[in-house]
Design a protein around this ligand. Structure first.
Ligand SMILES: [Zn+2]
Ligand SMILES: [Zn+2]
Length: 343
């Protein structure tokens, strides 16, 4: 079978012919049909540091190992690549993403393969059968969409809150929809790309701000009865976005840090402001099997549109081209790879 690998020597992606993995008890062999290209895979050095390749995955169960009870061969499934153990200190407090076992990658070799072996714990906890009306493409983005779901849930958005979403790419556009669904009053959005702001408006954003604009603080006040935003979500992966967020948040409000900023990047903070303005700065990382299920339900019920956010498709053999395309294109929202397409 063909599969993609990250090569440390060349610091690049290679497509190689390898044996189909054999499976043990509790495991399944999956035929990946749609795999979302994650922007984390494009961050320089991310794969070299062990970041997972091909982790946004939906496919068909090809074979079940001994003892697999809840899945059948031929069944369409989404699989979460990271799952907690459900037993440790963190899992017992619902902090699944902080579980020491959470980072164990459940796919062998990766989702970018004609077949992949799924580990026992990931089958048991991370597999969700798909309703017929949810396509493989839609199911492949359950993982990134569920990270947004978890962030908003963790921030305890109140009905009527004014929200500002910084960055209107795939994540930002999912956030705008979910903020509305969770009861936000006004939703504002910013981005540097005009077509993304147009999409933000289509999804009900009440005011869109071009990043080149000045006087954004005044614009927010004008559109929001003189106040700033109760909740600001940073989806853009830049330190500037973090600083903007701290300027856009109203007293008593919350900034959600979602976008992955450079690991050693810092911003100046005035702690006194956090006291007297009662600000909350909230980080959320990844999602859990529970958030994934809730997100699938919203997609299946037509309450969250991810279909129109999937803008580009590539076969497995063009994975490198797909990555180059995504790096270059400012308009592309989500790229999905089809490891088993004949085209
Ligand atoms: Zn991802
Ligand atoms: Zn755990």
């Amino acid at each position: 079978m063909r599969a993609a690998f990250y090569s440390r020597e060349s610091d690049d992606i290679e497509i190689r012919d390898v044996d189909i993995p054999s499976i043990g008890p509790g495991e399944i062999l999956l035929r990946p049909m749609s795999v979302g290209l994650c922007t984390s895979e494009l961050i320089p050095g991310h794969l070299k540091k062990g970041g997972s390749l091909g982790h946004e995955l939906a496919g068909v169960v090809e074979k079940c190992g001994a003892g697999v009870r809840d899945l059948r061969e031929g069944e369409r499934v989404f699989i979460h690549h990271h799952v907690g153990c459900l037993n440790c200190h963190f899992c017992r407090r619902g902090k699944y993403t902080m579980c020491p076992q959470y980072h164990e990658f459940g796919f062998d070799p990766t989702g970018y393969a004609e077949y992949t072996r799924i580990e026992e714990r990931h089958v048991r906890i991370g597999a969700i059968a798909l309703p017929d009306r949810v396509t493989f493409d839609e199911a492949s983005v359950i993982e990134p969409a569920s990270c947004v779901f978890r962030a908003i849930r963790t921030a305890s958005l109140s009905i009527g809150d004014t929200v500002f979403v910084i960055g209107a790419g795939f994540i930002g556009l999912v956030a705008i929809q979910l903020m509305k669904f969770f009861g936000a009053g006004r939703v504002f959005a910013s981005d540097a790309v005009a077509s993304k702001l147009e999409r933000a408006e289509e999804f009900g954003s009440d005011m869109c701000v071009d990043l080149k604009e000045k006087h954004v603080v005044e614009k927010i006040r004008d559109a929001n009865e003189g106040r700033m935003a109760d909740l600001v979500m940073v989806t853009a992966p830049t330190l500037r976005a973090v600083q903007d967020a701290l300027a856009y948040v109203e007293r008593g409000g919350t900034v959600i840090q979602f976008g992955g900023t450079p690991p050693d990047g810092t911003v100046p903070v005035n702690p006194y402001e956090f006291i007297v303005r009662e600000l909350t700065y909230l980080g959320t990382y990844s999602s859990s099997h529970i958030d994934a299920r809730a997100t699938l339900d919203l997609i299946a019920q037509g309450k969250l549109d991810v279909k129109s956010l999937i803008t580009d498709h590539f076969p497995l053999r063009e994975l490198k081209e797909a990555m180059d395309f995504k790096r270059r294109s400012s308009e592309s929202l989500k790229v999905v790879i089809h490891p088993n397409s004949s085209s």
